[in-house]
Write a protein that binds this ligand. Structure first.
Ligand SMILES: [Zn+2]
Length: 134
């Protein structure tokens, strides 16, 4: 049954979203020194600020420090930016990938079932959790 597949996938993605949140909060606690970007805590610090400093999706990216033709590539091997060095970039990328996957699932649901996902469904709950922090 399609619904069963959606439910199992939604449950998996919700667990992944929770795992992400726990990993992110663990990094935020570990890196809670006053000089850290994560000092404000996970709820006030958008996940996009945890991406590599050279990723244009990071609102605090440092691309403007470089001429366009000399700009470093995001997360290049051995990138020394703080977010790559401390592992924040990896979980930020995971969260954004999860958000994209959940949005795709919701579109698939509407196409296959012919109606929006009901409030309280696991896919919707998981996406809501991610949207609060991304
Ligand atoms: Zn980096």
């Amino acid at each position: 049954m399609q619904t069963h597949v959606f439910t199992r996938r939604g449950r998996y993605l919700e667990i992944a979203a929770d795992t992400y949140t726990e990993a992110y909060e663990a990094v935020a606690v570990r890196d809670s020194e006053p000089w850290s970007w994560t000092y404000m805590g996970p709820r006030k610090c958008p996940i996009r600020t945890q991406l590599c400093y050279y990723d244009p999706r990071n609102p605090n990216n440092s691309l403007s420090d470089y001429d366009p033709e000399d700009r470093p590539s995001p997360r290049s091997p051995g990138c020394g930016c703080d977010n790559c060095f401390y592992g924040r970039d990896g979980i930020a990328v995971l969260a954004i990938d999860l958000q994209t996957a959940l949005e795709g699932l919701m579109q698939d649901w509407e196409r296959v079932i012919g109606a929006p996902i009901p409030d309280g469904h696991e896919v919707k709950v998981a996406l809501s959790k991610l949207q609060q922090s991304v």
